[in-house]
Design a binder for this molecule. Structure first.
Ligand code: DQA
Length: 146
């Protein structure tokens, strides 16, 4: 099984960015943690981060052929990007939405996700563990299919 972890804007700043909200782990730390978990389950993972909406759209489109699942922390684009939602629907990508923080317990504008409707499901609020839980969700979803 192949899984693409796609990370949106400002997630390259994890570790230094509002650590009281997002924690002290960098994206590279999270990637290491996920990779260890993925190896134990024989899952191939690729991590990618972009600050650009169009780049994320292209990655989602391409993931549909190459990956079994795309686990997407679209960051702020979650709340604004119809283009990302359309990319998931249009490409038929099997997407899982994840967030480090509980977006429903924060500012009102974070409660709306433009992409949720196009995703299998979403996980938020567990810090870096949201990435592991996202991977677990993909593994279990894949098992249920076979
Ligand atoms: C986030 C939540 C978003 O609202 C925010 O814009 C982010 C990170 C999270 O992982 O908690 O950049 O996606």
């Amino acid at each position: 099984m192949k899984v693409l972890f796609l990370n949106g804007p400002n997630l390259n700043l994890l570790g230094q960015r509002e650590p009281e909200i997002y924690g002290s782990m960098t994206l590279a730390d999270i990637e290491d943690m996920v990779r260890e978990h993925a190896d134990r389950h024989n899952v191939e993972v690729v991590f990618h981060q972009s600050n650009h909406e169009g780049e994320l759209v292209t990655q989602v489109q391409q993931s549909a052929g190459d990956y079994d699942y795309v686990i997407l922390n679209a960051a702020a684009y979650t709340h604004t990007s119809i283009a990302l939602k359309d990319a998931i629907v249009g490409s038929g990508a099997s997407a899982i939405e994840i967030h480090l923080t509980n977006v429903h317990a924060r500012e009102a504008y974070r409660r709306k996700s433009m992409i949720a409707q196009a995703c299998i499901g979403s996980i938020n609020g567990f810090g870096a563990s949201s990435y592991i839980l996202g991977l677990e969700a993909a593994i279990l979803h894949n098992k249920a299919k076979h």
